[in-house]
Ligand binder design. Structure first.
Ligand SMILES: [Zn+2]
Length: 591
């Protein structure tokens, strides 16, 4: 007999006893006394799944080919079809921190994967921790470099708040290939926050190791996938796009078409760094993350303690594959078919160990992706590469006629332009100099607009969606001095002049192809159906908080109330039959 079945039985018995007690108490007693408080039922486990770079339209396009967990989320869950980030910096660290905290980057401060540190005059990653006592530690004997934590995140995560506000019974466990995903989902402290670095699973001293991860790292290391081949999993006629994605830049050792061998550099007999790049760009990495999540449920008995536990997995491989092969590729279609199977297995495991209806799941993405420019140009659309090094040269050159340090620009990172110390302060009192800079920037092919930091501070009321998007991303001290908005379908490209582009495409701007992501909720307290009201991924943490009865500090996220079961119904764990109950009139029945 498994624990979930017991716990459901126990609850049923408690409810029966409570009902009998009320029934047998004298009528006058019942009238004179206030009603006994109801036991507040909460989800036993909150599960957050992030698919890095998953565009919302992948669900619309490929749903019919899925049979596992992605299909189940649509069939049994609430599918938000118009979910989008409202801000400009559509990058990994930013999206994960937004989902995790329920706040926008102007509040949580994770404005990019990396930004220019004005004091140190160098780039810092969003997870770099300057505390000399913090160190990354590796599993299975690995010795990783660096020191990564979520200390840059200016507000606590939902998981941290859950643990803090509910007497600490909560366990927090997160996994990803990327530190910036695992750490932002977890927060400043956690029971386990694990990512992948140079062939090994790692964490840092702030979070500490877990014996079950050590055991899994030793018995099933990533290198066990050396020699495998990623081949198409559906019949060839099922694929939407041509065999070779136009403009794709595959990892070293791979051709433009399937099958893709995981054998490192050609000719090597042992796993090398090229193999680990191939592995990260393959469905095998998703499967490894799923297995780790299942091991966590078993080893820590997640969902079976007195509190509500938190388990999060960010699947990174769709992002690597998307950067290499673009959204219109067989590789994207196939890796989602494989992820659908992994998620089906994960949900089956949770059904068995936690109990169907005792856990709530949210699935979303940290950002979307733009089609590969060469592919987009085929349609006749105005698409291209916005060369950032060229832009930098232009601005520096234009300022030569004025009295500014040379070079005047310290760094361009994504859409953020950072000037050398003192330059921007001076430009703000030098209208001719400022106009020269703006004109130079606007003369670069692909630039649609340039915004100044002072236009974005304090989240000004504005009718301009672009200004609002940059304002939602603006965090003083970390964000740039000027911000470049490219034209639609123009990719910000930082490749040094004269070097070949090392990737197919990217993301990071305030257009719908980068902002529009899936949001799917399923399980405890969720009313199945399709919902078309616009929401943001910040609403996920707000919804989790509502279901768990805790309060978040930020008000950026809102609770999509129509997708929650009636409060009376959501206070008892749902039986499987309840999950299939008729949706309200506001929702459309899922296929
Ligand atoms: Zn990402």
């Amino acid at each position: 007999m498994t624990r979930p079945a017991n716990s459901i039985k126990l609850k049923t018995t408690t409810a029966l006893l409570l009902a009998m007690a009320i029934l047998f108490s004298s009528r006058s007693d019942a009238q004179s006394r206030p009603p006994a408080p109801k036991a507040s039922a909460r989800p036993k486990l909150v599960v957050l799944l992030v698919v890095d770079q998953m565009r919302a339209d992948y669900v619309d396009k490929f749903l019919d080919q899925w049979t596992g967990g992605l299909k189940r989320l649509v069939n049994e869950g609430a599918w938000f079809r118009d979910a989008a980030y409202p801000y400009a910096a559509t990058e990994t660290c930013v999206g994960h921190a937004t989902i995790s905290t329920g706040a926008f980057p102007a509040t949580h401060g994770m404005v990019a994967n990396a930004w220019w540190d004005r004091k140190e005059q160098k780039m810092v990653t969003c997870t770099s921790d300057p505390d000399p006592s913090v160190k990354n530690i590796g599993y299975a004997g690995a010795t990783p470099k660096g020191a990564d934590t979520a200390w840059h995140m200016a507000v606590p995560s939902f998981a941290e708040e859950l643990k803090f506000q509910t007497s600490g019974a909560t366990r927090i466990v997160t996994f990803s290939l990327k530190a910036r995903a695992a750490l932002t989902m977890a927060g400043h402290k956690a029971d386990a926050a694990t990512w992948f670095d140079s062939g090994a699973w790692v964490t840092s001293t702030v979070y500490g190791p877990q014996p079950f991860i050590e055991e899994q790292s030793k018995s099933h290391p990533a290198k066990a996938d050396f020699g495998k081949t990623w081949a198409l999993s559906l019949p060839e006629t099922a694929y939407w796009y041509s065999e070779k994605a136009l403009g794709a830049v595959p990892p070293e050792g791979w051709d433009l078409s399937f099958p893709h061998p995981l054998r490192g550099k050609s000719g090597v007999s042992e796993p090398d760094s090229v193999f680990y790049e191939q592995w990260a760009s393959s469905p095998y990495a998703d499967t490894a993350l799923t297995t780790l999540a299942e091991k966590a449920v078993d080893a820590l008995k997640l969902g079976n303690s007195t509190g509500t536990d938190f388990l999060a997995v960010s699947y990174s491989s769709v992002d690597y594959v998307g950067h290499e092969f673009g959204p219109r590729s067989r590789e994207i279609q196939d890796i989602l078919v494989r992820l659908d199977k992994d998620l089906g297995n994960l949900f089956a495991h949770l059904d068995q160990k936690v109990g169907r209806g005792n856990y709530v799941v949210a699935l979303s993405a940290d950002h979307g992706v733009v089609p590969i420019p060469e592919d987009m140009q085929k349609t006749g659309a105005d698409a291209g590469l916005l060369h950032l090094p060229e832009l930098q040269e232009k601005i520096d050159k234009a300022l030569e006629a004025f009295k500014y340090p040379k070079p005047a620009i310290a760094r361009i990172s994504g859409s953020d332009i950072y000037f050398a110390p003192g330059v921007y302060d001076k430009l703000q009192h030098d209208p001719a100099g400022m106009q020269t800079v703006l004109d130079a920037a606007l003369s670069q092919p692909g630039v649609a607009a340039v915004y100044r930091a002072e236009e974005l501070r304090d989240r000004p009321a504005t009718q301009s969606p672009a200004v609002q998007a940059f304002a939602y991303s603006y965090f003083p001290g970390r964000s740039g001095d000027l911000f470049i908005l490219p034209k639609p379908y123009w990719l910000l490209d930082g490749t040094p002049l004269g070097k070949p582009r090392a990737y197919g495409t990217g993301h990071g701007v305030p257009y719908n192809y980068d902002q529009h992501v899936p949001v799917l909720l399923m399980g405890f307290g969720i009313q199945p159906g399709q919902y078309f009201q616009p929401i943001t991924p910040a609403d996920i943490a707000a919804t989790f908080a509502a279901l768990c009865g805790i309060t978040l500090s930020s008000r950026d996220g809102h609770v999509p109330a129509e997708a929650l079961k009636h409060p009376a119904a959501s206070r008892t764990p749902a039986e499987p039959s309840q999950l299939k109950s008729a949706p309200p009139s506001a929702a459309i029945t899922n296929p």
